[in-house]
Structures are given as structure tokens and as C-alpha cells.
Design a protein around this ligand. Structure first.
Ligand SMILES: Cc1cc2nc3c(=O)[nH]c(=O)nc-3n(C[C@H](O)[C@H](O)[C@H](O)COP(=O)(O)OP(=O)(O)OC[C@H]3O[C@@H](n4cnc5c(N)ncnc54)[C@H](O)[C@@H]3O)c2cc1C
Length: 506
């Protein structure tokens, strides 16, 4: 049997690839396996949120994504007898270098992450399936089956299930996946649609149901998603271009001509969450931990951010730089995020699809009058965009977010993400280390702030006027870009207590 691993990553969808990217940046000994022989070629999630772009930036991945994607997509809302043009993220997203929804098919996102790993000598072991995983002593004994049918036993300190909705890791860990399936069926196709204004998301809200066209680029120009009309044929592989064309003719005034489908299918949507994100040596991330409606484009993004919350914690614990307790913060921080996404997408889905007479009336009669007023309510729109962009995610109530004796009157709080500034603060404060930010005049601070031998793990930045906090303050930013500790003044006692707890001196 080979030497034990620190981490076995099961599943190489966007969540597993993001986790591997982060573990690689720490040189943590790990392997990543996926039972499918090839990357998913279907477009699936078509968009990346600003916070995901921010979190992938320190690894050098984001520029490649932005280069390949389309950042200028607007939203055309087609209501009965009215069309509205909705700018996306024009308010509420002014403190990010990426104030846009990046349209890029999931297959391309996975291609960029895979190429990044290949360039760093990480092999994604495709055609390798996790069959069993049993904790034995300090390791989990895992049985893998390779594409040629041979089996291999590996031991790993931690096993992370990034293995999707039907997670083997979740089943092996005995973690329940509770929730429900929605009654509606949806039709999906990647195809060409002549007659649609290009470069926009088109949403048609009708009495009969909802219809979307998303701009994809590859492998086809458009992704069409429509509610399956009750009584109409077509499920699974039976979805036909004729049926889709009938829906487009009946539900849109533009009646685009559909042609050249490269993928047609139907699907049902579930809303489910794992009862735990961690059980002993097992962790769940991405669809293995939460699935929900695609409304709002949150699924893949939440999975990638789960991974980037977990990877640095595993890396620090495995190299002995942090206590095991740091791993407990993963569920404490990410389960509320997953639950929030399930609630948000459930509300959006119910309003958009319910056949309840009151909601049908709201969609067809009220929406054309109310929607323009809502669009003019800048504050409400900013709050909505802050949530959808995932820039508003915070861990203020998490165990690793500590405010010192004097909270700054303005600026981000402990548990918030570090915002960007016009001088590019996020780019400066990035990388696999912790970052100590000293704000106010330089003379307020000692030449070498005492880090008690943690100099390799904590980088010091003197921000001067670039600081998001007024006056003299200091903050410790975690490797994932969230503020761990924060206080006004120059007394470092609280900071040292925080470091002694979460990053004990060697
Ligand atoms: C039609 C559609 C539209 C969507 N639209 C959006 C959207 O607009 N925005 C958004 O954010 N999300 C969207 N999603 C959701 C998004 O695709 C998923 O959230 C995302 O793929 C989850 O990534 P993951 O890595 O967690 O899981 P997956 O992508 O499911 O990857 C899991 C991987 O684990 C592997 N695996 C499973 N079991 C084993 C095993 N035992 N051993 C080894 N490997 C295993 C599988 O082969 C797979 O490659 C959409 C999904 C669909 C289907």
C-alpha cells in the first residue's frame, strides 16, 4: 500500500477542481479522482458570480476565465405587453474588480481550472471511482477502481466529497440529504435561435410558464430552458426541436427560429441539503452538500466557494500550522450559506413557476406594472445584486471571526470579505498566507510587528490611506480573503490571542 495521503478529493467537477487548485498552492499531498473518463462537455452552469472571480484571482485563474467569457450581458425581461431592460450588477457591486456576471459555459470553466492544474503537474485521475471509504484509526481506508478494472486501496487523513448530488462520500459517511423535488419538469437545449437580440439573457414570463434564453457562445449560441407545458410530450431523451419551437412560438412575441441543437434534455429540480458538511474525516462540498433550483445562477458558484473555504483550512491543519478545531469552522461558516441559497432560490422558483392563481395573476397582470417601479428602487436592487453576486456572503457569526475591544466605526466587520479599493487592495492582499493589515500613519506601528515566529505564515501590509477602515486599526485577513480579527488602535494583545488560538506559534 502506498504512503497515506493528507487529502483525497473525490470528484473533479468545478468544486473538486477548485479544491485541488487551492491544495496545490500549499503543496499539500493530495489526489483527485473522478469516475467519468472525460470532463463534462455539457454547458450546465452558464455564469460565474463576482465573488467566485475574486476568490479564484489569487491562483491566477480569473484572468483566463474573463478572457474566455462574456462580461457584457444584460437582462431583457419580457412581460406580457411590456419589455424591460435590466442592467446587471450596475449597483451594489462597486467594491469589486469584477462588477459583472461572467457568462461562460461550465465546460469552459472546468477547462480553465483543469489546464491550471495540468500546468502545475497535478493529474486529475479520470476513470477512477471511489467504491468504499472506511475510517480506521487515524486514516480513512478508501477502495478505488480504475478504468482498467483494477482496484487500489489508499489511505487518506481526510476525504472530501465533491462528488455531486449522488455523492458516494456522503453515503459512506452516513450523512442524510434532506429536502424535496419540485413537481415541474423543465426542458433544456443548447441551440441556435435566429431572431433573438444577441448578447442578452431573455426571460419570458407568461401565464403558461417561464422561458429563458441564455447567451452561451459555445457549444451553441443559446441555452434555452422552458417549463414543460402540462400534457405536452417530451421527457428525457424524447425532447424534440418541434416541441421547443412550439413553445417559442406560443410564449414569445419574437418567435425565434430554433435550429441545430447540440444538447436537448429534460430535468427536474430538487431542493436538498446535507444534514452535516463534516463528519469526522469526511467533508462534503458543492452539489454533494446542497442542490437547488438554478434560479439566480448560484449552484456552481456556491460549490467553488465551499471548496475555497475548506482547502486552506485542510492545508494548515495537515502541515501542523493550525488546530483541528479550524476544520470545525467549515460547517459553521458554509452550512448557513448553503441553507440561504436554498431558501433564496426556492422563493425565486416558486414565484416564477407556481400555478397558484394569485401568483399567476402576479406574473401576468401585476408584474408589468410593478417591475418598472422595483427597477427604479436602487437600494432594493443593490441589496438583491449584493446577494446574487455572492459579495454579501459573510461569516460574522462564525467562531473564527473576532472583533477586538474597539470596533472601527466604518468599514468591513470581522467575518466580512475584504473589499477592493481603487488602488487594487484585493490584488495586493492575496495569496496563501494570512495578511496583517496595519492602517493609519506608518509611525504608529513598530518596524517589525511581533509575530512570534509566524513570519512565514503572516504577511504584513502597511495600508496608509488605502485602508477600508478610517483612522488607526489593524486587521488579520485569512487566506480566503475574509477578515478574521479586527480592532481599532495599536494594541496587538487581541491579535496575538487570535493567532495563538488559530495559528499557534511553531
Ligand atoms: C441544466 C443545469 C443548469 C445549471 N445552471 C446553473 C447556473 O446557472 N449557475 C450555477 O451556479 N449552477 C448551475 N447549475 C448547477 C451546476 O452545474 C452544479 O452546481 C455544479 O456542476 C456542481 O459542481 P460539483 O463539482 O459540486 O458537482 P458535479 O459537477 O456534479 O461533479 C461531481 C463529479 O464527481 C464525480 N463522481 C461522482 N461520484 C464519484 C465517485 N464515487 N468516484 C469518483 N468520482 C465521482 C462525477 O463524475 C462528477 O464529475 C446547473 C446545473 C444544471 C444541470
Amino acid at each position: 500500500m502506498t504512503a497515506p495521503l493528507d487529502v483525497l478529493v473525490v470528484g473533479a467537477g468545478p468544486t473538486g477542481l477548485a479544491l485541488a487548485t487551492q491544495l496545490r498552492s500549499y503543496a499539500t499531498p493530495f489526489r483527485i479522482v473522478d469516475r467519468s473518463l472525460d470532463r463534462a462537455r455539457e454547458s450546465r452552469a452558464p455564469a460565474i458570480q463576482p465573488r467566485t472571480l475574486e476568490m479564484l484571482a489569487p491562483f491566477g485563474v480569473t484572468d483566463g476565465l474573463v478572457e474566455r467569457g462574456n462580461a457584457t450581458v444584460g437582462l431583457h425581461l419580457h412581460l406580457p405587453r411590456r419589455e424591460l431592460r435590466v442592467p446587471v450588477f450596475d449597483v451594489g457591486c462597486d467594491d469589486t474588480p469584477y462588477p459583472f456576471l461572467l457568462f461562460l459555459p461550465q465546460s469552459e470553466t472546468e477547462a480553465v481550472l483543469s489546464a491550471h492544474l495540468t500546468a502545475r503537474d497535478v493529474t486529475v485521475e479520470r476513470g477512477t471511482e471511489l467504491l468504499t471509504a472506511e475510517p480506521e484509526g487515524e486514516y480513512v481506508t478508501c477502495l478505488l477502481r480504475h478504468r482498467d478494472g483494477t482496484e487500489e486501496t489508499v489511505r487518506a487523513r481526510y476525504v472530501v466529497g465533491c462528488d455531486g448530488a449522488h455523492s458516494t462520500v456522503r453515503a459512506r459517511a452516513g450523512i442524510a440529504f434532506e429536502g424535496y423535488a419540485y413537481p415541474q419538469t423543465f426542458l433544456l437545449a443548447d441551440l441556435e435561435a435566429d431572431g433573438l437580440e444577441p448578447g442578452a439573457v431573455h426571460t419570458y414570463m407568461t401565464a403558461a410558464g417561464l422561458l429563458f434564453f441564455f447567451p452561451l457562445g459555445t457549444p451553441a449560441t443559446w441555452r434555452m430552458i422552458a417549463m414543460h407545458p402540462p400534457g405536452a410530450p417530451g421527457s428525457g431523451d424524447d425532447v424534440t426541436l418541434d416541441l421547443l419551437q412550439r413553445i417559442a412560438d406560443d410564449w414569445t412575441p419574437d418567435r425565434p427560429t430554433l435550429r441545430d441543437p447540440v444538447w436537448m434534455t429534460s430535468f427536474r429540480i430538487h431542493n436538498r441539503g446535507a444534514a452535516h458538511y463534516r463528519k469526522g474525516p469526511f467533508f462534503l462540498a458543492g452539489d454533494a452538500a446542497h442542490i437547488h433550483s438554478p434560479a439566480g445562477g448560484q449552484g456552481m458558484n456556491t460549490g467553488i466557494q465551499d471548496a475555497l473555504n475548506l482547502g486552506w483550512k485542510l492545508a494548515h491543519v495537515c502541515r501542523g500550522a493550525a488546530p483541528e478545531e479550524l476544520l470545525e469552522t467549515y460547517e459553521a461558516e458554509r452550512a448557513p450559506v448553503g441553507d440561504g441559497v436554498r431558501r433564496l432560490t426556492d422563493r425565486a422558483f416558486t414565484v416564477g413557476t407556481s400555478s397558484h392563481p394569485a401568483l399567476r395573476l402576479a406574473r401576468t397582470r401585476l408584474a408589468p406594472h410593478v417591475a418598472p417601479l422595483l427597477l427604479r428602487a436602487t437600494g432594493a436592487r443593490a441589496r438583491l445584486f449584493r446577494t446574487v453576486s455572492e459579495l454579501g456572503i459573510h461569516y460574522r457569526r462564525g467562531p473564527a471571526s473576532v472583533t477586538g475591544p474597539r470596533r472601527p466605526r466604518q468599514g468591513p466587520r470581522a467575518g466580512d470579505r475584504l473589499p477592493d479599493t481603487p488602488a487594487g487592495l484585493q490584488r495586493r492582499v492575496a495569496g496563501p498566507d494570512y495578511h496583517l493589515l496595519l492602517t493609519g500613519p506608518d509611525r504608529a506601528w513598530p518596524e517589525d510587528p511581533p509575530l512570534d515566529g509566524r513570519g512565514d505564515l503572516v504577511r504584513v501590509h502597511r495600508l496608509g490611506a488605502q485602508s477600508p477602515w478610517p483612522g488607526i486599526a489593524h486587521a488579520l485577513v485569512r487566506p480566503d480573503g475574509y477578515v478574521g480579527y479586527l480592532t481599532r488602535g495599536t494594541d496587538l494583545t487581541g491579535l496575538r490571542a487570535y493567532l495563538d488560538h488559530w495559528l499557534p506559534a511553531p
